[in-house]
Design a protein around this ligand. Structure first.
Ligand code: NAD
Ligand code: TYD
Length: 338
């Protein structure tokens, strides 16, 4: 198998690259990534010298560069996206450009080159919030944020290309993912690294919003299963089955690091904040033979300890590029002042 992995230098994509090279000695992977603020070559340092691995810097919107990188590829797995809900509220345009137009550009490459499979990595956020019950793959899309609306736009393009041109595409919709190497703007790595530095954890609103947490290794195994066993034109939900409030997550972090509850700082809520995400994953279980294996409490505590032991990785991001500090100031100063 020769794979083109777009967005492979980010959190989930880099786990997928490392994990698939370890699991499949006969696979070759080309990682294609624009290296935005979230793309980090350090995430791939452990495979950089592997003869089966190569890296191409480029934008998924640039069809010519993608096509050159995709030469000889049996499949494309697309992780490339702008991914942070708060940033999408702050500056939506780049989300529309990459998550919709970028996905469209990739579909054109698949169509023109006759690539045998494309997996589009999407999110449960496209369904929107649900107070009770859970969404299945045929439920209507009702995204709330510019991020989730852009991901939904990408999904609709993918499904339209299957319907219209018969493209061999599969979509996965994973739930909130946690694990090592996540950019420290998202809940888990932000709260853990803040606590490690003695800074407060900025909990939005009353902290009762619910997310379904999935370990990154389980998420990648689900994407692998969709690549190998997914039916063309189909969507597969990949959830962890671990619904927790944000306050519960914060409490586990405090407990693991031996910090006081006073480290939690309630701040102004996110505009349009989805209350709860919840998905039914029977289809992935039955058709892909996939189910998550990592125990949540164990996986989260291991993840917290990974950040505690890998301070150079996140400290470089938080303190040695101006980018993170600029974002943090722009977003949180205003929220804590309210
Ligand atoms: P991330 O922000 O850590 O990584 C995104 C990667 O895409 C980065 O390496 C970045 O450089 C690259 N990228 C961005 N724009 C690009 C472009 N125009 N061309 C090429 N590369 C580009 O994101 P992540 O958390 O690893 O998420 C990966 C995928 O999984 C996304 O599509 C996201 O929507 C989806 N997803 C994430 C979660 C989650 O909880 N993190 C859950 C479900 C689905
Ligand atoms: P996040 O990790 O940004 O993922 P998503 O918005 O895609 O679910 O946020 C997860 C939850 O944590 C969400 O309900 C918002 C909340 N949150 C906070 O309370 N404080 C924060 O500083 C961040 C980044 C998130």
């Amino acid at each position: 198998m020769r794979l083109l992995v777009c967005g492979g230098a980010g959190f989930i994509g880099s786990d997928f690259v490392r994990r698939m090279l370890a699991k499949h000695p006969d696979w070759e992977i080309v990682c294609f990534d624009k290296l935005t603020y979230a793309g980090n070559p350090d995430n791939l340092a452990s495979v950089a010298d592997d003869a089966r691995y190569s890296f191409v810097k480029g934008d998924i919107r640039d069809a010519e560069t993608v096509a050159a990188a995709a030469k000889g590829a049996d499949a494309i797995v697309n992780f490339a996206a702008e991914t942070h809900v708060d940033r999408s509220i702050d500056e939506p345009t780049s989300f529309l450009v990459t998550d919709i137009l970028g996905t469209h550009a990739l579909l054109e490459v698949v169509r023109e080159m006759g690539i045998a499979k494309m997996v589009q990595v999407s999110t449960d956020e496209v369904y929107g919030s649900i107070a009770e019950g859970s969404f299945c793959e045929t439920d209507r899309l009702a995204p709330s944020s510019p991020y989730s609306a852009s991901k939904a736009g990408g999904d609709l393009q993918v499904l339209a290309y299957h319907r219209t041109y018969g493209l061999p595409v599969v979509i996965t919709r994973g739930s909130n993912t946690y694990g090592p190497y996540q950019y420290p703007e998202k809940l888990v790595p932000l709260f853990v690294t803040n606590a490690l530095e003695g800074a407060t954890m900025p909990l939005y609103g009353d902290g009762r919003n619910v997310r379904d947490w999935l370990h990154v290794d389980d998420h990648c195994d689900g994407i692998e299963a969709a690549l190998l066993r997914g039916r063309d034109g189909e969507v597969y939900n990949l959830g962890g089955g671990n619904e927790r409030t944000n306050r519960e997550i914060a409490t586990i972090i405090l407990d693991e690091l031996g910090c006081e509850a006073s480290m939690i700082e309630r701040v102004a809520d996110r505009p349009g904040h989805d209350f709860r995400y919840s998905i039914i994953c029977d289809k992935a279980r039955e058709e892909l033979d996939w189910s998550p294996a990592v125990d949540f409490e164990q996986g989260l505590r291991d993840t917290i300890r990974w950040y505690a032991s890998n301070e150079p990785w996140w400290s470089k991001i938080k303190h040695h590029t101006g980018e993170f500090a600029d974002w943090h100031r722009r977003w949180y100063e205003e929220r804590t002042a309210k």
